[in-house]
Design a protein around this ligand. Structure first.
Ligand SMILES: *Cc1c(COP(=O)(O)O)cnc(C)c1O
Length: 389
């Protein structure tokens, strides 16, 4: 499926035309993610338009390609970094340290100290010991407390790993102050790939209650970090980026009021649609004559970039040279010798019955959470190659 936009003269434009031309003109001897950095720029503008005065802090983990970071610095984007290496990457490309937040709630003390020395002034925490580390390694720094999101309607929820509840959060604000830190607000993440803006509502109701309780307890809050969750197109209809972002902002303002500073941290929503993975069918087989399904083995799998097929949560869009031929269900698997390396089995994919070994398969909208999830060399398969055009 191609994504089409209506242009001024109503001729449909294939936004992936540059990607398609590049893929068609080249051969690849390993799975390769091809990224069009101009599409990242377009998406940045589209999201920014909807987000209004909120700052975009790109979540670097979604795709740390140098060209993406460099382009976003040029556009004035801010960044959410989770590690020393991510902070360093942003600074290397000229990001202002004041525009880089160290947003992981689980940090190494020496990394906090290093980041502080580089001029990073904003850190996140969701526990006493994290605040203690920050107070020692980045004395006086600004901190925000991450709240747990109990109810998520996301396709890729971030579960209970991060954040704390209302009473803990309010206690942490006071504790941060007692440690000489500057606690300025809260953060949360509604869960990645939250397909509709309206799905934010129930989470925001609960979070706003905490916000107002903290203010009532005397805490001056000037920062709200609304995290990521902005969706990419994987086959199910999503709202246009500007509409989605402005609908989210409306819901925020109506519940939290006009917060002085709002941060948004899109990862997937900013970069996923800027990339396509070129892969190859290695084998099509049946286990027996009675086998209902074909098995389609690709040269890319769970360990070489498609980790988000875990639980079959993210269902990618596959394009083959045989599209248009009759289709049938198949189980899709990766190339490694690990039985967990199966992509789709519970809900088999429909692919052309004529598909065969050697065919090229394009996997659409794979610019986010693919290159970063690919293992170094599991079974000798190289990590996902990345080309930026
Ligand atoms: C991963 C992450 C994001 C990005 O989430 P998306 O759903 O990809 O937009 C934003 N904020 C934090 C703290 C994250 O860990």
């Amino acid at each position: 499926m191609t994504v089409e936009l209506a242009s001024a003269d109503a001729q449909p434009i294939n936004v992936h035309a540059r990607l398609d031309a590049y893929c068609a003109a080249n051969t690849f001897d390993q799975p390769t993610l091809v990224l069009d950095v101009d599409l990242v720029e377009q998406q940045y503008h589209a999201l920014k338009e909807g987000l209004g005065y909120a700052d975009i802090h790109y979540a670097v983990k979604a795709n740390p390609a140098e060209e993406i970071i460099a382009r976003l610095v040029k556009l004035g984007s801010h960044f959410d970094a989770a590690s020393k290496a991510e902070v360093a990457l942003c600074l290397k490309h000229g990001a202002d340290p004041a525009h880089v937040s160290f947003g992981n709630t689980v940090k190494r003390s020496s990394d906090i100290a290093w980041a502080h020395a580089q001029g990073i002034t904003l850190f996140s925490a969701d526990a006493e010991q994290e605040l203690e580390k920050i107070a020692i390694s980045a004395p006086g720094a600004q901190v925000y407390i991450r709240l747990i999101v109990e109810i998520s309607q996301a396709d890729w929820p971030l579960s209970r790993k991060f954040g704390c509840d209302s009473a803990t959060a309010i206690r942490l604000l006071s504790y941060a102050k007692s440690l000489g830190l500057d606690p300025i607000g809260f953060s949360f993440h509604v869960g990645s790939q939250t397909r509709k803006a309206a799905m934010w509502g129930p989470s925001l109701d609960a979070l706003a209650e905490i916000w107002h309780a903290a203010k009532a307890a005397g805490h001056e809050l000037t920062l709200l970090n609304i995290g990521g969750g902005f969706p990419a197109f994987y086959g199910e209809t999503i709202e246009a980026p500007t509409d989605y972002a402005s609908a989210v902002m409306e819901q925020i303002i109506s519940r939290f009021g006009k917060v002085p500073r709002i941060m948004a941290e899109p990862g997937r929503g900013l970069v996923a649609e800027a990339g396509v993975i070129v892969s190859e069918v290695l084998l099509v087989s049946r286990k027996s004559d009675r086998d209902m399904h074909r098995w389609v083995y690709l040269d890319i799998g769970r360990f070489s970039g498609l980790a988000e097929t875990e639980g079959e949560a993210i269902r990618y869009q596959f394009e083959t040279p045989r599209d248009g031929d009759p289709v049938g269900p198949c189980i899709m698997a990766g190339p490694s010798c690990d039985s967990a390396d199966v992509l789709y089995e519970k809900r088999p994919m429909l692919l052309p019955i004529s598909l065969r070994a050697g065919d090229r398969v394009l996997i659409r909208n794979t610019g986010a959470y693919t290159s970063t999830y690919s293992s170094v060399c599991f079974n000798g398969f190289p990590p996902l190659a990345v080309v930026v055009i």
